[in-house]
Design a protein around this ligand. Sequence first.
Ligand code: 6PG
Length: 221
Amino acid sequence: MTEPQLHVLADPALAVGELLADAARGGEAIVLTGGSTPGKAYMHAAALEPDWSAASVWWSDERCVPPDDERSNYGLAKRTLLDRLAHQPEVHRIRGELDPADASGEYGKKLEGVALDLLLVGLGPDGHVASLFPHSPQLDERERLVTSGPAGLEPFVDRVTMTLHALLSARRIVFLISGAAKADAVERAFRGAITPEVPASLLRDGDAPIDVYLDPAASGG
Ligand code: 6PG
């Protein structure tokens, strides 16, 4: 079991941008995430380190939309990070334009045997992490690295997501969270019981260190 370290900062995206830039310099296998929060961290990381050629990037989850759709998690990272780099990393995106089961199968095969160094994730107001929603059957997948299913929150498009098994294989886990709407979920995910009612809490059930970067509003302050 891991005790998460909480870092309350006025602008946590800047600290996470630095972590990403360091990981890129170190040639790490970096797992990116989606949502509205990480774009600023990606832009900061690209400004700090424009050469990501030693690194590889993966995604924790994807919305089942084409890569140029504004809801695409890959699309977010392309606009805010990849398009701003002088030298690209190896990019392993989830193909959201495919049938969800096919995209999940394809991505699962690519992930086999890959050692993930840094997992960046956000936290949903309902406690979801990646696209693992409270009490969803996807939480029970114990063998596959990737699965798919419906969304529990907006945008309501099917999702392809790493399973707990894959998320917990990362060497270290970093959460980036902002806004008062997340304060209750922060309390439940990092200080409450480890339970499928709060999928993010289940990441505490592994050995990987967890650092949570959050702003004062998300910390309930
Ligand atoms: C997604 C995600 C999801 C996200 C959280 C936080 O595709 O939506 O990967 O898990 O990280 O919902 O999202 P916000 O940054 O929008 O709050």
